[in-house]
Every structure is written in C-alpha cells, then in structure tokens.
Ligand binder design. Sequence first.
Ligand code: FES
Length: 105
Amino acid sequence: MAEQWRCAGHAGDLSEDSPIEYKIEGGAEVGIYRVGDELYALENVCPHAYALLTQGFVDGDMVECPLHEAVFHIPTGKCLKEPGGRDLKTYAVRLAGEEIQIKVE
Ligand code: FES
C-alpha cells in the first residue's frame, strides 16, 4: 500500500507543553508531541477508558492521562504506569518546512 503523508498541523502550534490533536480522516485520533527537537505521534484515546491524552499533563518525555493518571512514554508509546492497560500505537511523523505530517496507512 502506498504510504500517505497528511498535514496534521503547523510546527508553530506545537510546543513541549501543549501537544496537538489530529483526527485521521475516518479513523483514529492522534496526539502529536514535541520532546526537545523531536516530534512523536501517538494514539490519543487512552486505552483504559475514554480520555484524550493530549489533554493530560506532559512531563518531559511522558504524558499522564487526565482521567485516572496512567502514564505513557511519548517516544515509544509504552505504558509506564497503570491503569493504561497496554502500550499506545505510534505513528510516523515528520516536518516538511513548517508543516507537521503524519503517515497514514
Ligand atoms: S482513562 Fe486514562 S487512565 Fe483511565
């Protein structure tokens, strides 16, 4: 299947403290984070119940769910603290000029 990169926002809207939300057309919600100079994109709905992780608390390379405080590792999606239940799906993300792009399948 051909890979497709979709515009998911603009670099100027993304800071370490405030990730951005992006919904893939007809599909998943994704959270996009900046940690240092790197961008990461993760599944945005907490696997435990329904909460958007981008509305949680970002601490360095970790994000805490706003509802029951599960913690996930932003670069890998790994669940570091329950009750997350499982690791998060990750997405390829890149910068093209000022445009943030997400790879969708
Ligand atoms: S919804 Fe995220 S920890 Fe419960």
